[in-house]
Design a protein around this ligand. Structure first.
Ligand code: URA
Length: 246
């Protein structure tokens, strides 16, 4: 059963906590009228966090496909509720299944290095997958599994509303772009992800999956990923750290 979340209570607690840390003690229980934009932003972030937790709860209870009864833990995704960058992988592996968190194994440690090389922290971004449960033996996701699971990611994207989606590997890029093209054809340029009628498209950069990079750890492949990430940083107006500049 879905957990009952009182959004007003969560937002109120968030505002009080924010007032406490920013010194607005007198305004306890009320919105601080001196910083209305900041207050609105805080409310929006708290609401997004609550929505994402609701989706995560649904994912943890999901039995729409047989993967639901094979998993140790579902892996809904994690990160900043209003992240500018959303990384999307294929599906959990053994480490992720054991911990219920995305990208925590070898491929995850390499993703952490990619994020750090961009001058960012893991907590600055959101990380999710196309599939929320591990396919046995890490086999490729099946079409019926993707059809059942993709709506969770679509809802996460709507809530996070990132400026850029980085699709890691062919299954993520193909699903999000509804194409059969290879990752070699897709990577290196921005595409558009359509989040729904009336919503502006979100820029999407496909790049190699870090698991592929580990298996094919050539200078050329690493350079290609850096090229893709530099385009992402430039698009966001973020500085390109020295060691990534070429
Ligand atoms: N590979 C993925 O695609 N996702 C993970 O979470 C971990 C490895």
């Amino acid at each position: 059963m879905e957990k009952d979340v009182d959004i007003n209570k969560v937002v109120q607690q968030h505002l009080e906590m924010n007032n406490f840390f920013t010194g607005g003690f007198a305004a306890k229980g009320k919105a601080d009228s001196t910083e209305p934009q900041q207050q609105q932003d805080n409310v929006a972030v708290a609401q997004a966090a609550t929505e994402l937790e609701k989706i995560a709860d649904e994912v943890r209870q999901c039995r729409k496909c047989p993967l639901g009864s094979l998993r140790t833990n579902a892996v809904p995704g994690e990160g900043k509720p209003n992240a500018q960058i959303l990384f999307v992988g294929e599906g959990p592996g053994a480490d992720e299944d054991a911990q219920g968190r995305p990208f925590v194994g070898r491929a995850g440690r390499l993703l952490d290095r990619v994020i750090a090389a961009c001058g960012l922290k893991r907590s600055d971004v959101f990380i999710a997958n196309i599939l929320k449960c591990r396919p046995p033996g890490n086999r490729d996701p099946r079409p019926d599994e993707i059809i059942n699971c993709f709506p969770y990611l679509q809802r996460q994207i709507e809530v996070i509303n990132p400026k850029i989606i980085v699709a890691l590997g062919a299954p993520a890029a193909r699903t999000l772009l509804n194409t059969n093209k290879s990752i070699g054809q897709l990577r290196g340029q921005f595409h558009e992800y359509y989040a729904g009628l009336g919503r502006p498209p979100i820029k999407l950069m496909p790049t190699y999956h870090t698991a592929y990079l580990l298996r094919n750890y050539s200078h050329q492949n690493r350079e290609r990923v850096w090229e893709d990430m530099k385009k992402v940083l430039t698009e966001l107006g973020l500085p390109i750290p020295e060691h990534v500049r070429k």
